[in-house]
Design a protein around this ligand. Structure first.
Ligand SMILES: [Zn+2]
Length: 464
């Protein structure tokens, strides 16, 4: 078996690993690389192997950094199967379509700016969309649903089995077995006790492990603190008449926060302020969540028996752009959840532009913020941040709620891999910035005396 790392290698996004085994070639994930526009476009639009050589794709979960370049693959002629769980299949349709729309909008903005720069005599590159909504739609018929825990023979002598990753609805870790080698791929490993989804499960023993390292040098606060911390932030902001602006991943984080807000409001631990989910994608995705109760944990099943976990009287889902604009005129206190989670596009940009100059307001960061993103700049506490290309003073309170992180921290990753350690020949760390990977590698070497690699893009290893 040969594995070549083509994405999420010494970085977080663009997860894509190439596996050659049993005479076949498979991709594990086909994610979108997110970063500086030109570099991202180059990297996403050119596959480093002939697309026609790929026999199949195995997808760990629906997040765009794992699934988001599937439309480019299909646009380049791929028509083979894409194996993943039923919930991931259903999530991918709205998510990939949304990704295509966001790219189109970004290109329109980029080309407007280009015109402006050209009118000033400055040369600038033309921007093209990476793929179109119709490319995203063409991915859907290629999905082959594989139930969680099922062992699937995807080619003669090439099997894979999935395990609950505890990271998002439908997300899996997996074990691939071919050529007498057993290789585990963690996908993204979640945390215990996260709302809605079940806890992560460590796969059965393997020879090699590809593991994520997003938070390889961090320690999260316990998930149990989320509700009280959220209540504190909301109460404090509401007392000063402010708004709580929550850049929020439309998939997973929004539904988790809605559920916690539902519980807090039922328990009268937060004032009865209006709450808006301002994201058509989040609305579509919430429908997918309602369709897949087989993925819920016990607590959510209980809530389901008392009604809709994702609906309550003070909550409004805002689908129309015109309704979203009306929120600009509304006085606080209220809370808005809007995408995108790293503030790289979507309706959150308008809410940030309109609200971050007012010190009564709060920006509540609820997830991982990649390097160079607007979300990272806000989280870093920059005094001025660029929104729609304009420098905008940041005076609102900024709070980070990393308890809800969908990614295990260093301690949790070590505990997750502990049952595998004794039988491992090598560990490959992916899906982390170099410093995160290096810190985690050091702990794994000390704790388990294992050979740990942080492969670069294009690095290839023969596994036997
Ligand atoms: Zn993920």
């Amino acid at each position: 078996m040969r594995v070549t790392f083509w994405g999420a290698a010494q970085t977080v996004t663009g997860s894509m690993h190439h596996i050659e085994a049993a005479g076949k070639r498979f991709l594990l994930d086909c994610g979108l690389y997110q970063g500086r526009r030109r570099e991202a476009f180059e990297r996403n639009s050119h596959f480093p192997f002939p697309v026609s050589s790929i026999d199949g794709v195995i997808l760990s979960h629906a997040h765009i950094d794992h699934s988001g370049n599937l439309p480019t693959l299909v646009h380049n002629g791929y028509s083979g199967p894409i194996y993943t769980t039923p919930a991931t299949v259903d999530l991918c349709l709205p998510m990939l379509t949304d990704s295509a729309f966001l790219q189109q909008k970004d290109v329109e903005f980029c080309n407007r700016r280009r015109e402006h720069r050209r009118s000033k005599g400055l040369d600038d590159h033309e921007c093209d969309p990476l793929y179109l909504p119709e490319d995203a739609e063409r991915v859907h018929p290629l999905f082959r649903a594989v139930e969680l825990g099922e062992t699937k023979e995807v080619a003669p002598g090439f099997r894979y089995r999935t395990y609950e990753a505890g990271h998002m609805l439908g997300a899996t870790s997996m074990v691939i077995e071919a050529d007498g080698v057993r290789l585990a791929f963690s996908g993204d490993v979640g945390r215990k006790h996260l709302p809605i989804i079940r806890d992560p499960i460590t796969p059965d023993p393997v020879d090699y492990l590809i593991m994520e390292s997003t938070y390889g040098d961090r320690f999260h606060k316990p998930v149990a603190n989320v509700a009280s911390k959220l209540a504190e932030v909301i109460n404090r902001t509401a007392r000063r008449g402010g708004k709580i602006i929550v850049p929020c991943f439309a998939v997973g984080r929004t539904q988790q926060l809605v559920m916690v807000l539902h519980q807090l409001m039922d328990a009268h631990e937060i004032p009865s302020i209006p709450i808006f989910v301002d994201s058509p994608l989040a609305i579509n995705v919430t429908e997918v969540f309602r369709k897949h109760p087989e993925c819920y944990d016990e607590e959510t099943r209980q809530m389901l028996s008392n009604g809709d976990p994702f609906g309550f009287s003070r909550l409004t889902y805002v689908r129309e752009a015109s309704e979203s604009k009306k929120l600009n005129e509304l006085h606080g206190p209220f809370l808005i959840l809007a995408a995108s989670g790293m503030c790289e596009g979507g309706r959150i940009l308008h809410h940030l532009r309109n609200n971050i100059e007012d010190p009564r307001n709060t920006v509540l960061i609820t997830g991982f913020q990649a390097e160079y993103t607007l979300g990272r700049k806000i989280l870093n506490g920059d005094r001025e941040v660029p929104i729609f290309g304009e420098p905008t003073p940041l005076r609102a309170e900024v709070i980070s709620l990393d308890e809800l992180s969908g990614h295990a921290d260093q301690r949790e990753l070590i505990e997750w891999m502990r049952p595998l350690a004794a039988g491992l020949k090598k560990v490959f760390l992916v899906h982390g910035e170099p410093a995160q990977g290096a810190a985690l590698a050091e702990v794994i070497r000390q704790e388990f005396k294992l050979d740990v690699q942080q492969p670069s893009r294009g690095h290839s290893f023969l596994l036997n």
